[in-house]
Write a protein that binds this ligand. Structure first.
Ligand code: KG4
Ligand code: ZN
Length: 337
């Protein structure tokens, strides 16, 4: 039996989890400073880092209390080393390094994007069985988050082969910018945009572009879609219709690239992780098309959380246990770990 205490502080969430054997979540505390950024319309790194300092120790204490464990019972620690905001990341990393030193237990530095991929391997959450099946490896994986849109192959439980990613804006970032343009939310408006899209009934004549949908590679581009959406707004198209067609355009592009990857490589399962997989239309479209071949985390594991970091640490334990690491704000899925 192994018990891991994992820490995630890559942006404006402070999260601490306790994971047993890499698949059973005993505690997953998530505290967010995102409310502070509704006024500024975007995260202020310095403010986010200060909030991390304020929240981290109470979050560690609460996670241990929730799991009914003392820190001495933890076997090893794991922490997100990147990508993310350097100030925020440093709070988690410094804290984890200190704990590892004091309690003389191993510490693993984890790539946040690997966390989003491995989140689908969690089978039990706070005493409840959440799934009794896991992806067949090799598996296709797609990470769609605020800062990333990456498609790759999980070759085995420790190796990810990168296929492609966005050449400009990430998909979550595009959702957020369009939500802001439509006056829905100044910060993290993906969900609000999706709710507005749902209210549009009928057929959209808007036909926004689907960038790179037929390109001969696995790259994505969303900046042209964003510009076209802005023009439609200026031409006074109804906000509901803009939201609907924007969301549909994103889903169409993601689905086409998944299809292309499945046709190019022999892969049974499809893993989709990251904040944007909370999107209802994307979840529904994937399940309608691929049924039980698709693996998506439950809503409470889509956004940033430490449980996924602890899960990734379990799979990568042998590879990373003796590896020194430092903050790596520009880490991506195409770099090993
Ligand atoms: O993975 P995540 O929590 O943070 C990063 O690592 O970036 O992803 C956050 C992103 C934000 O851009 C947010 O607007 C988006 O996920 N998001 C959504 C939805 N819920 C969250 N985008 C579209 N539809 C949603 N329902
Ligand atoms: Zn994330």
């Amino acid at each position: 039996m192994s018990l891991c205490l994992a820490i995630e502080t890559s942006c404006d969430e402070t999260s601490v989890a306790v994971i047993k054997n890499g698949s059973e979540v005993l505690a997953n505390v998530v505290s967010s400073s995102s409310k502070l950024f509704e006024e500024t319309g975007g995260v202020v790194p310095e403010v986010a880092a200060r909030a991390q300092v304020e929240y981290i120790v109470p979050c560690i204490q609460k996670a241990l209390d929730d799991a009914n464990l003392s820190i001495e019972q933890i076997d090893y620690f794991a922490v997100t080393k990147g990508p993310g905001l350097v100030g925020s990341l440093l709070v988690g990393i410094t804290c984890a390094k200190t704990l590892s030193l004091i309690y003389k237990k191993p510490l693993l530095g984890i790539n946040h994007l690997y966390g989003h991929v491995f989140s689908v391997f969690i089978t039990k959450y706070l005493g409840q069985v959440i799934q009794n099946r896991t992806p067949k490896i090799p598996s296709l994986c797609l990470v769609v988050s605020g800062g990333h849109t990456d498609i790759a192959i999980l070759k085995n439980t420790t190796t990810i082969k990168y296929l492609g990613g966005t050449i400009d804006d990430a998909v979550g970032e595009s959702f957020d910018k369009i939500a802001r343009l439509l006056g829905l939310s100044k910060y993290l408006g993906g969900k609000d945009l999706s709710l507005l899209a749902k209210t549009f009934k009928g057929f959209s004549k808007l036909q926004l572009p689907r960038p790179l949908i037929n390109s001969n590679n696995f790259d994505f581009s969303f900046s042209g879609l964003k510009t076209a959406t802005k023009l439609a707004f200026e031409k006074n198209y109804k906000k509901e219709e803009i939201a609907f067609d924007f969301e549909q355009a994103v889903v169409d592009v993601l689905m086409k690239k998944i299809d292309k990857a499945l046709n190019t490589f022999k892969l049974q399962s499809i893993i989709v992780g990251g904040g944007v997989i909370a999107n209802e239309k994307l979840r529904k479209t994937l399940v309608e098309k691929y049924g039980t071949r698709v693996f998506i985390p439950p809503l409470y594991l889509c956004g940033d959380n430490a449980a996924m970091i602890g899960c990734a640490a379990h799979f990568l334990y042998k590879k990373l246990v003796n590896k020194k690491f430092d903050v790596d704000p520009n880490l991506s899925l195409d770099k090993a770990f």
